[in-house]
Design a protein around this ligand. Structure first.
Ligand SMILES: O=C(O)C(=O)C[C@]1(C(=O)O)C=C[C@@H](O)C=C1
Length: 292
């Protein structure tokens, strides 16, 4: 049986992703994303599931930066998870929205609900936690007039009341999660919808010059390789120095990708493959506890 690490404690969206992807695994919660990645890298667990990007708030920089700068582990699968954020309170709370004095959650969850907070919880203090599950645990412990933003699974795990459902500011809220493995061996995924393959590459430019990024992109475009995302992250070596993280919508092959790599290297760029993996879309039902 695999041991699969996730950002804990119980009741996080990452745990939901694990439940949606795997049957019969031993799921182990970690307090932080780096702790989970390190455990995979040290061979303490078989797989790790970490958030990569949210449709409303964008990239999870902690994950990207840790994978780029600290621990290079291949991405072996991706799960796209529908995210429904609810306002959770202690069962003893019987006030109104205006009575809530503080809201606890993960920074990404808070960001997905900024408008709701601005309009309805104006004046409530915002407390950032390491995960939505941790915020729910805090409400269970402290009670009173504090609230958490999190999912139905967290409400169930910590015995909380869902005070208001679906408070995220935009519909179609999804988060992409990456499955990491140290040595790539076939993994067993539940019967969920396969959306095709992606390959994620990391490109470093030699220096900043006119048309550099255009040249990089044209190596993909004339080969008709479709890109679904391009993002720059600081190299952390000084202002103006960036990596480009590029998602290509196809599986790695031994013709097109080496061709791109040779072309980029001739320009003085570096290209590394962060993973070539199947992508799975989890169903909306995953947000409803009764359906699991
Ligand atoms: O806090 C959680 O529940 C997580 O799994 C983390 C996380 C994230 O990092 O984006 C995952 C999904 C949601 O977008 C909000 C939070």
């Amino acid at each position: 049986m695999y041991t699969v690490g996730y950002l804990g404690p119980k009741g996080t969206f990452t745990k939901m992703a694990v439940d949606g992807l795997f049957d019969n695994v031993n799921a182990e919660g970690f307090a932080t994303i780096p702790a989970c990645i390190d455990a995979v890298n040290d061979g303490k667990i078989d797989l790790g599931v970490v958030p990569l990007e949210n449709a409303i708030e964008g990239s999870v920089h902690l994950t990207l930066d840790y994978l780029i700068h600290q621990v290079r582990l291949p991405i072996v699968a991706e799960a796209i998870v529908p995210i429904k954020q609810h306002l959770l309170v202690h069962p003893s709370f019987d006030g109104e929205l205006k009575d809530i004095t503080s809201v606890h959650s993960h920074s990404h969850a808070i960001a997905q609900c900024h408008q709701f907070i601005h309009k309805n919880l104006f004046g409530a203090e915002i407390h950032y936690t390491s995960s939505t599950g941790q915020a729910a645990q805090q409400v269970e412990l402290d009670g009173g007039t504090i609230a958490a933003i999190g999912n139905e699974l967290a409400a169930k795990e910590y015995g909380l009341k869902i005070w208001k459902r679906e408070i995220h500011d935009y519909e179609n809220n999804h988060t992409r999660f990456a499955v990491l493995q140290r040595e790539e061996t076939p993994i067993q995924i539940k019967n969920v919808e396969n959306q095709g393959y992606k390959t994620t590459v990391l490109v470093t430019l030699p220096r900043d010059y006119a048309g550099a990024l255009h040249q990089v992109l044209s190596a993909f475009s004339w080969r008709r390789m479709n890109l679904s995302r391009i993002e720059s992250r600081p190299m952390k070596t000084g202002l103006g120095n960036y990596f480009f993280i590029i998602d290509v919508e196809q599986e790695y092959d031994h013709v097109l990708f080496p061709g791109v790599q040779a072309e980029l290297e001739a320009l003085g760029c570096q290209m590394n493959i962060l993973g070539s993996y199947p992508t799975y879309l989890l169903s909306e039902d995953i947000n409803t506890v009764e359906n699991k």
